[in-house]
Design a protein around this ligand. Structure first.
Ligand code: ATP
Ligand code: MG
Length: 467
């Protein structure tokens, strides 16, 4: 089973033998098991990886089971906690139940079967109560994270489309300016869905020499033309059962458009030089940065092919239409290119990034960050580390009059706050996941949560009072 769909069980006990025993039983039940030898380390572990079910000892050296239980209930209200008690300590068990424990079991476990049934019952409860929602949602958000960064409403719409399309066979046309992430989205539709294990074949229709396109796409027989010393499988056949991604479809010559249409209608290909047709079952995702609708209207693109490909359109907004994603994307690329080094972006630099129009969209931003990391002092990225194309295009605010630049520090903070709030809500307070989504370290996330007072109860009172 997919690891993410398994019940995660955390065992907390200072006695190693007990942990081992519980792990063995839990693993036999198909759970993903984690262990901790005390309350402190368990809480740290839970920050990283929330558990669905926790089984904890009551008497432990540094933190009592009851204190631990209280803390967990605050941190992860949906997690079920059961307690293990030694013989004769029924009162503590009762106390634990009052604090929200699910149940208790006495040690030593005799017979062992009792422990097995106990754990299974707990898992069942988690499954039933949540109707798998908790698990499924987590998987969704986690996989949705996979490479597509952005919290703006526009990119969220795209993510929803991906979820809807990923398990279907519907042809999809992805439109958007250069560098908006069309290929990324095509891959996401394929790799997040039920066809993920099947082939994904990307073809750049613009890069193929017109005379070779047909043999590339449909293959050829030995001797089909000079140089065809042996038969070759076409890309359609290689993609059989999976997805073919026809990138820059607008570049396809008219003659090939007709041939492609026939293949899509008949679901079979005929290799060049062959008189045999081969059945192919392929999902087609096409992408273009051109206005195909205008092109079919003026006759440069076949109308019938246009409608065949464009059953569903996913339009990727340009980056300037969703500027609020710029900080998140910038941090994401920063993390990627700085490889662990904690580099900060100064407010002046971030302002420029937010004001720039990004004709090359996300790719341009990615290049810009990569360049700034390479040129910078490896501590901060400042205004001066940005390429002249960006700094000269915007009224640079190098710490001078911030009003003249249009965007104030307060604006920036508003954007940041809104972004973090949205992400935090989306991941239901899972900090590790939120950090991943925002592309910032956990320490930075904590600082920002406190600063903006996001996350409710977990923000301690003195800090709130300081705000
Ligand atoms: N939302 C996003 N989150 C993270 N990275 C992104 C996002 N969108 C695009 N990128 C990155 O930007 C770069 C360009 O994306 P991609 O190649 O998918 O764009 P494209 O629309 O196919 O561009 P082109 O039309 O130039 O082929 C890639 O490195 C991609 O990983
Ligand atoms: Mg592309």
């Amino acid at each position: 089973m997919n690891d993410d769909l398994r019940i995660r069980l955390l065992i907390v006990d200072d006695e190693e033998s007990i942990r081992q025993l519980c792990m063995t039983v839990g693993e036999a039940l198909g759970f993903t098991c984690m262990e901790a030898d005390g309350g402190e380390s368990a809480l740290a572990l839970l920050e990283e990886q929330p558990a669905h079910v926790i089984l904890t000892d009551m008497v432990m050296p540094n933190m009592s089971g009851l204190t631990f239980l209280e803390k967990v209930k605050k941190m992860l209200p949906r997690t079920e906690v059961a307690v293990m008690t030694g013989h004769g300590s029924v009162e503590t068990a009762v106390q634990a139940m009052k604090l929200g424990a699910y149940d208790y079991i006495s040690k030593p476990f005799s017979p062992l079967e009792e422990l097995r049934l106990f754990l299974r019952r707990m898992a069942e409860k988690v499954r039933l109560v949540e109707e798998n929602e908790f698990l499924r949602e987590r998987v969704d958000t986690e996989t949705e994270l996979h490479g597509i960064v952005g919290a703006s409403a526009k990119i969220q719409d795209v993510l929803r489309m991906i979820s809807r399309l990923k398990d279907t066979h519907t042809p999809v046309l992805i439109t958007g300016e250069s560098g908006t992430g069309k290929e990324l989205v095509a891959r996401a539709i394929h790799f997040r869905g039920s066809f993920a294990k099947r082939p994904f074949v990307a073809v750049d229709c613009g890069a193929l020499v017109p005379t070779l396109i047909e043999s590339e796409l449909f293959g050829y027989e030995k001797g089909a033309f000079t140089g065809a010393v042996r038969a070759r499988t076409g890309l359609f056949q290689s993609a059989n059962g999976g997805t073919i991604f026809l990138d820059e479809i607008g570049e396809l010559p008219q003659e090939m458009q007709a041939k492609l249409l026939r293949v899509l209608q008949e679901k079979e290909v005929r290799p060049v030089g062959s008189n045999q047709k081969i059945k192919v079952d392929v999902r087609v995702i096409a992408a273009t940065n051109r206005d195909l609708e205008a092109e079919y209207r003026n006759g440069t693109f076949r109308k019938d092919l246009y409608f065949r490909l464009n059953v569903v359109t996913v339009h990727l907004p340009s980056l300037r239409e969703r500027r609020s994603d710029v900080p998140m994307l910038a941090h994401w690329f920063l993390e990627r290119y700085a490889r662990g080094g904690a580099i900060q972006i100064t407010t002046a630099a971030m302002k420029s990034l937010l004001q720039y129009d990004w004709p090359g969209n996300v790719r341009e931003l990615e290049n810009c960050i990569e360049r700034a990391v390479a040129l910078g002092d490896r501590r901060t990225i400042d205004f001066n580390d940005l390429p002249p194309s960006i700094t000269s295009a915007v009224p640079g605010d190098q710490g001078s009059d911030s009003l003249s630049s249009g965007l104030t520090t307060t604006d920036l903070e508003d954007i940041e706050r809104a972004t973090i709030e949205r992400v935090f809500e989306q991941v239901k307070g899972d900090k590790a996941l939120a950090g991943k989504m925002l592309g910032i370290s956990r320490a930075t996330l904590y600082r920002k949560l406190k600063r903006y007072n996001i996350g409710g109860r977990e923000v301690s009172a003195p800090i709130q009072a300081l705000q």
